[in-house]
Design a protein around this ligand. Structure first.
Ligand code: IDC
Length: 343
């Protein structure tokens, strides 16, 4: 018997579900997509392992602040990342201040839920980023962070593809203080979500302490005592040279590290690209299987926004000339084949 009528019925059903805004069943990911291939991830020693126990490296893009550039968060832009860029992961950068979460918690919670569903339908991993920036002390927003992560963990605990990043770039606070924040949020997430990987911000704008005269040793001496946690490191190649590079190199031998943000330009997210130094970082991250996420997938005017202004509005992501130089460079680094170990 021909399978066609069954397929028709199934796709009609899928259409109805999609139109009704229903979530696809958790666990159904497009064949061959990063989540289909790797499943639920966990921390194994200093590495990130897939469900078959193989260490893997994920690569992807961060959004700009979710309160800005909403046209860059369309289905088409997610398709571009999944299919054309070969991204494994999308980081949802939900600013806390600057017109972000605090201005309308219900709205931003809804936006994040919607985008998680969108990434999941494409078989991508997704980072829920509590993008605290100023003030640098995460305790200022503690109650809000608790409300947010409680809602996130309750809703997404069954998804195998979600990461929680609990503090983007803390600064001006000691590791002891930061550690106590992390412990509270980790405990709260774990009440609902027993095993998703939780990403912990480090001192000095997630520099492992380097930009505040410290380094990874303070974390090695007093790590957060929890399973499936990793420490974040951010760098901007034109600003952050040897000291940062060496800290990442040392730290990744002692701690599970995830680069949840990097730029090929200066820390302002703008200015000239330093592709030479970026290349050295990428080489190190490949060797050590350190996952990375580039800042940012938007058409903001700054050099770190990978798309040319106007691209998201026009939807012509694949057109010649749609990418800035950072975009051309990063996409080429992301778009490589057979990067995951066989099942
Ligand atoms: C920048 C954006 C810029 C925005 C600014 C203030 O590119 O458009 O006006 O934030 O919010 C970070 C931060 C990230 C910064 C980025 C570049 O996590 O929010 O984005 N950066 O400056 N840390 C180091 C660099």
């Amino acid at each position: 018997m021909s399978r066609r009528p069954i397929n028709c019925v199934l796709s009609a059903l899928a259409m109805v579900l999609l139109m009704a805004g229903a979530a696809m069943p958790v666990g159904a990911f497009p064949a061959g997509s990063p989540v289909d291939v790797n499943g639920r991830l966990s921390v194994c020693g200093t590495k990130l392992c897939n469900e078959h126990g193989h260490p893997i490296q994920l690569r992807g893009m961060s959004t700009h602040g979710l309160q800005w550039y909403s046209s860059c968060l369309s289905g088409k832009s997610f398709n571009t990342l999944a299919d054309h860029w070969g991204a494994d992961i999308i980081r949802l950068s939900m600013y806390v201040q600057e017109g972000g979460y605090v201005s309308d918690p219900v709205k931003f919670t809804r936006i994040v839920n919607r985008l998680i569903a969108k990434a999941s339908r494409r078989g991508l991993y997704v980072i829920i980023d509590w993008h605290m920036l100023n003030p640098g002390d995460p305790f200022v927003n503690l109650d809000r962070a608790k409300t947010f992560f409680k809602a996130m963990a309750a809703r997404h605990a069954d998804r195998p593809n979600v990461f929680y990043e609990v503090a983007n770039e803390p600064h001006g606070v000691s590791w002891a203080r930061l550690k106590s924040y992390h412990e509270q949020i980790v405990a709260l997430i774990r009440k609902k979500d027993r095993d998703a990987v939780i990403l912990l911000g480090t001192r000095g704008w997630s520099s492992l302490g380097v930009s505040e005269g410290s380094n990874e040793r303070e974390i090695v001496r007093a790590p957060v005592m929890a399973k499936n946690v990793m420490y974040t490191f951010h760098f901007y190649a034109a600003s952050h040279g040897t000291e940062y590079f060496e800290a990442l190199s040392r730290a990744s031998q002692d701690l599970p590290v995830f680069v949840t943000e990097f730029g090929t330009q200066s820390a302002s997210g703008d200015g000239a690209n330093d592709f030479e130094r970026s290349k050295a970082y990428l080489k190190l991250m490949k060797k050590r299987k350190i996952s990375w996420v580039n800042w940012n997938f938007s058409d903001d005017h700054r050099s770190g926004a990978v798309l040319q202004p106007g691209t998201c509005e026009s939807g012509k992501y694949k057109a010649a000339g749609s990418l800035k130089s950072a975009g051309i460079w990063v996409r080429a680094k992301m778009r490589t084949k057979d990067r995951f170990p066989k099942k």
